[in-house]
Ligand binder design. Sequence first.
Ligand code: GAP
Length: 452
Amino acid sequence: MVAKSMEELASLCKRRGFIFQSNDIYGGIKGLYDYGPMGVELKNNLKNAWWKSMVYERDDVEGIDASILSSPIVLKQSGHEDTFTDPLIDCKTCKSRWKADQLNENTCPSCKSKDLTEPRPFNLMFKTAIGPVDDGTSFAYLRPETCQQIFTNFKNILDSTSRTIPFGIAQVGKAFRNEITPRNFIFRVREFEQMELEFFVEPGNADKWHKYWIDIRLEWWINQGISKNNIKLLNVEEKELSHYSKATTDIMYNFPHGEEELEGIANRTDFDLGSHTKNQGDFTINSKVNKNENSTTKLGIQDLEKKTWYIPYVIEPSAGVDRGVLALLNEAYKEEKIENDNTRTVLALKPHLSPIKAAVIPLKKNNDNIVVLSKKIKNNLQKLGLGRIMLENSGNIGKNYRRHDEIGTPICITVDFETLEDNSVTVRDRDTMKQERISIDNLTNYYTNYFN
Ligand code: GAP
């Protein structure tokens, strides 16, 4: 069963330390969230799974980690200064502000007034001053998408790695958008993370690579535990396309509040490198780019057979980390009837995503022999480097199992009096709740097999 409501998920997230409203003790700021002890592990595991599949398991992708503060000229050339806007409408009666598409029949959703302003473009980028004098002349934008520094580093990466087309550059990191109305928990927020790949291809092969990446990305989400029934592809209508895109296919997920975009896979054509390149006139650029008089670098590639230069096309799978976390929590959340008419909440995350890989539970918290042995088991498993192992040294065993079911810990290892005599522990499986005795000597093998 998938979670019933966003409230239910948000409540679990707060109760179990996944996600908190940011600046909460001072009333919070809308559209900002903090990831707690469990949330940071889940999020890191998701980002690591993406990096593993996009960089380590391929031979045609390099990674980068670029600055967040971006020069205004980069975002002028990319088109964001002029076009990265949402239509903003003010209600003259209650002074609330809305994105135009949130209004039904020109009525304020808050006070139902029809006395509204005309829509006007509102740029979604955050600005900040650079240097000690804030006189408006020296500023940077907080990047609204992670990919622009991939384009500005294109030549650095080509020169330092000797890559040839086709190849990609991957980045995971923060992006910022001053959303008019952030909503639906971590679905639409003002500070979020993206996992983006810019894959550079010959123009004639772009359609083929676009299809390739749509298939790869759909399969990847399914491998993370998203059910096929809750995910589908949507070809974005021409009038809805971003200014840089020739074609975009969105991976849509059935979130608790409705079906919305989890990831977009766009054919960005030669727009980006064509916009940022020096000597634009030396190339045949197919897209409509802004004239560039400032770039110091040519961002073309030589066709070695024809001896001509061209601007590569870009295929971009761009996924939201926070939306990924939300989708995975929604998929994993289950309420199950167990014996005596009781109910248990389980987060049936795939083990590689679980915040805690195993909990080691000393049955008697005040028995030194049991506690010392539990710590030793915990440290040995931790050294294997597969993720966080927790020594669960509080509460009774029933409460410990319930807590670990709710945070998605795949296995609980209990050390008891028998352990001191026969060197075996009880291992409990989260999903089946089955318990078995395992010799401590076999625990490393059991654990590594479980996660591989
Ligand atoms: N570089 C292309 C790009 O940024 P996008 O469709 O605007 O394209 C890509 O964003 C992904 O980033 C989305 O599919 C979504 O998962 C995530 N995203 C965008 N805006 C977001 C927001 N305000 N809050 C959370 N995630 C967001």
